[in-house]
Design a protein around this ligand. Structure first.
Ligand code: TUI
Length: 308
């Protein structure tokens, strides 16, 4: 299937993997790229040299295009931006901020730039700055979120810019794929469903928690701190939301969440850890390979007769 995104990136299917901190390692990224999508290494809060090592491991496992996601709140974002150039990474996605200060560096190096945006204003600014495409990410997503829903954000971004738009947030099967394309998107970005893939190195407890999740099982912590994060409800979120309601300080709240994502992903502590996942968790029922997941998404292309 051809869209401006498959042409831009040189991929077979218009399916891009989310750049999830701790989750989107070389194992997942190379599996998604080898299955014909765009695999992404999630730099999250990691050091630049960790990112360089992950890039080299992906290159060793696939000849296909891949990308790196730069989480812009990472204190080493400047160095990671440089590593991306040095290692000739073909595609970069960014999240949790405005990547404006890196665009010239990346453009000069021929890196394709695809920022995640949560508003029309940032999408327009990114297009003016030279972005190749944008990912319009709705509040249904896991992790750090904006306020607009995918249903309303995607068509407004599509109307506001001429570069291609990738839809993200709440998309977990072929129906979501079809819906995103009906809204004008030319690819989808998927996080939660790939967390549960066979190739993902996430702890089994984390995968099982997502598989068990019902429609109403996610909560948003950190609304009061300006860093809203969608996670599955557990003992940590109950304590966090209680403290937030009682007006706890930023310091106290940060102490509760510090290292909490690692605790859940690596140690499998799904009670006290931060089990980031999107509202689509309730749609995910089993572990499958990345190739099977992409094939299921592509049934959405048939729904709209997009596959001919
Ligand atoms: O970045 C994400 N999702 C994330 S990052 C992350 S790691 C983390 N861990 C602990 C605390 C904080 C972060 C977990 N999940 N998604 C992309 C995304 N970007 N969603 C929303 C945005 C966004 C929001 C506002 C992008 C730009 C923006 O504009 C700010 C500005 O400066 O204009």
């Amino acid at each position: 299937m051809k869209t401006r995104i498959t042409e831009l990136l040189g991929i077979e299917y218009p399916v891009i993997q989310g750049g999830m901190a701790w989750v989107a390692t070389h194992e997942l990224a190379s599996a998604v790229s080898n299955a014909g999508g765009l695999g992404i290494i999630g730099a999250g809060g990691a050091p630049a040299e960790w990112v360089r090592d992950q890039i080299r491991q992906v290159k060793a496992k696939t000849d296909r295009p891949f990308g790196v996601n730069v989480m812009l709140m990472n204190p080493e974002a400047d160095q990671i931006a440089q590593v991306i150039v040095e290692e000739k990474v073909p595609v970069v996605t960014t999240g949790a901020g405005n990547p404006g200060k890196y665009i010239e560096l990346w453009k000069n190096a021929g890196v394709k730039i695809i920022p995640v945006v949560a508003s029309v204003a940032l999408a327009k600014m990114m297009e003016r700055g030279g972005a190749d495409a944008v990912i319009a990410e709705g509040t249904e997503s896991g992790g750090h979120i904006g306020a607009q829903t995918t249903m309303t954000l995607v068509p407004q971004v599509v109307d506001a810019v001429n570069i291609p738009v990738i839809a993200a947030g709440g998309i977990a099967d072929g129906r979501g794929f079809a819906a995103a394309f009906a809204l004008g998107a030319e690819a989808i970005q998927v996080g939660t469903r790939f967390v549960v893939s066979k190739e993902s190195i996430v702890h089994e407890n984390y995968k099982e928690r997502i598989i068990k999740a019902k429609d109403i099982d996610s909560e948003v912590t950190g609304r009061s701190t300006g860093h809203p994060i969608r996670v599955l409800r557990n003992q940590m979120t109950r304590e966090y939301l209680k403290m937030e309601k009682e007006g706890a300080s930023l310091d106290e709240l940060e102490r509760l969440t510090l290292g909490a994502l690692r605790k859940a992903v690596v140690e499998g502590d799904v009670k006290l850890g931060s089990v980031m996942a999107g509202q689509s968790a309730g749609l995910i029922t089993k572990q499958e390979s990345c190739a099977e997941i992409i094939a299921d998404f592509m049934t959405g292309a048939k729904l709209l007769n997009l596959d001919n």
